[in-house]
Design a protein. Structure first.
Length: 125
């Protein structure tokens, strides 16, 4: 399992990119989470304009094995949801750090407990 060094990670297995100049960051789930879920067949993502709160559920991913809640790693307003993942949820499995991203959020508050790639790798085992 290789976790990109430039991302930060939550203990709920979401990743967060660095915010751009407008304070917008991209959110997805880690390769570890995607592998644990199995084949993702359905994605319910937060809608554009929704406010998400760090540590709270904001959607769900359904696989052939189970349904898992999606947790927001930061607080902010959703500015984009990945329609490609809604149309083809398997992208979460095949490209968790690329085309399988889930949504973009304009951050208003970021928790201090996000992990570095090395910390997340140690946490996820």
């Amino acid at each position: 399992m290789s976790n990109p060094q430039q991302l930060r990670y939550s203990k709920e297995h979401e990743w967060l990119s660095a915010a751009d100049e407008n304070g917008v960051a991209t959110v997805g789930i880690t390769e570890f989470a995607a592998n644990s879920l199995g084949d993702v067949v359905y994605a319910q993502l937060p809608a554009v304009g929704d406010t998400v709160t760090a540590g709270e559920t904001c959607g769900e991913l359904e696989s052939t094995k189970s349904v898992s809640d999606l947790f927001a790693p930061v607080t902010g307003e959703v500015v984009e949801a990945n329609q490609d993942v809604v149309d083809d949820p398997a992208l979460v499995n095949s490209e968790p750090f690329a085309g399988g991203w889930l949504f973009k959020v304009k951050i208003t508050d970021e928790p201090a407990d996000l992990l570095t790639a090395d910390e997340y790798t140690a946490f996820a085992g």
